[in-house]
Design a protein around this ligand. Structure first.
Ligand SMILES: [Zn+2]
Ligand SMILES: [Zn+2]
Ligand SMILES: [Zn+2]
Length: 282
């Protein structure tokens, strides 16, 4: 009797592990371009003139489906166009990495989601980002004027937080001197706008299945990883698949740069869809 009860517990434990192992996080790159996007207005360079759609990059954003919730990381200036293009027709939350305009400028366009769901949009941000939103979108937080975006702020720091049934683990990184958050959700990690990873971020990247990292261009930059630095981190972290994002026109043609990259490392492009498997950090 005792043996069969123990056996049952053992079986439940294994099933639970199996469930965790097969937990899937789906993601879509809504945008993969640096702050001005690619092509840049008025730029005559060959990348900006390219007709390959993979050379055309809207500002960075990732659409994540995890734990029964659909979430967008950052709402840059192209947010509306990205939602239309990828058919994002429902949204349970917005999570911000930092307050730079190429990551927050499209916040006003959450209104259609407010109207459809008749709910305030949960917005996850650090205290500093929250203050920037309150300053730059004063009208949202001030008057109860009909039709303005409705947000419900959730302050985050370094501790994990939940959206739906998924646990999100902040990955603190530095963007020159500015603290920025990346996120680990199940087997997926997303880091944009960094040129330094913290020890806590590295610890939380352990065992990651799909890693997204920023790689601006080949020449050094004050606040972004170069292609070479991003490659070094990709090899140290050793995810099954690494994607680079926040790409400048100066990096070169998508197809030729991509062809240089080792197995398991690729440039992301707008519209790329993937699935991360594996356990989170719980
Ligand atoms: Zn940026
Ligand atoms: Zn150009
Ligand atoms: Zn930035």
């Amino acid at each position: 009797m005792l043996i069969s009860v123990l056996g049952l517990f053992q079986q439940m434990y294994e099933m639970n592990r199996a469930y965790l192992w097969f937990m899937e996080v789906e993601f879509t790159f809504l945008g993969t371009g640096t702050s001005q996007g690619v092509p840049i207005i008025g730029c005559a360079c060959e990348v900006c003139q390219s007709e390959n759609t993979r050379d055309q990059r809207l500002r960075v954003s990732l659409w994540v489906k995890a734990g029964g919730a659909t979430v967008v990381i950052d709402t840059g200036p192209d947010f509306r166009q990205q939602c239309l293009r990828a058919r994002v027709d429902a949204l349970d939350a917005v999570v911000f990495t930092h307050e730079h305009k190429d990551h927050v400028a499209g916040l006003d366009d959450i209104r259609p989601f407010n109207f459809r769901s008749r709910k305030d949009m949960p917005v996850f941000a650090t205290e500093r980002v929250e203050q920037a939103l309150q300053r730059e979108f004063k009208y949202i937080f001030e008057a109860d004027y009909p039709g303005v975006p409705r947000v419900q702020l959730h302050r985050i720091a370094e501790e994990p937080f939940a959206i739906g049934d998924a646990r999100w683990w902040p990955l603190p990184v530095l963007h020159h001197k500015l603290p920025v958050l990346g996120f680990r959700i199940g087997g997926l990690a997303y880091i944009t706008d960094a040129n330094q990873l913290s020890p806590l971020a590295l610890e939380r990247l352990d065992g990651v299945d799909v890693l997204v990292l920023n790689a601006l261009r080949r020449e050094s930059h004050i606040s972004h990883f170069t292609l070479e630095q991003a490659l070094e981190w990709a090899s140290k972290i050793g995810a099954r698949q690494t994607y680079f994002t926040h790409i400048s026109h100066q990096l070169g043609f998508h197809d030729s740069v991509n062809a240089e990259l080792p197995d398991g490392v690729a440039l992301a492009y707008d519209g790329l869809v993937g699935t991360a498997h594996g356990v989170g950090l719980d």
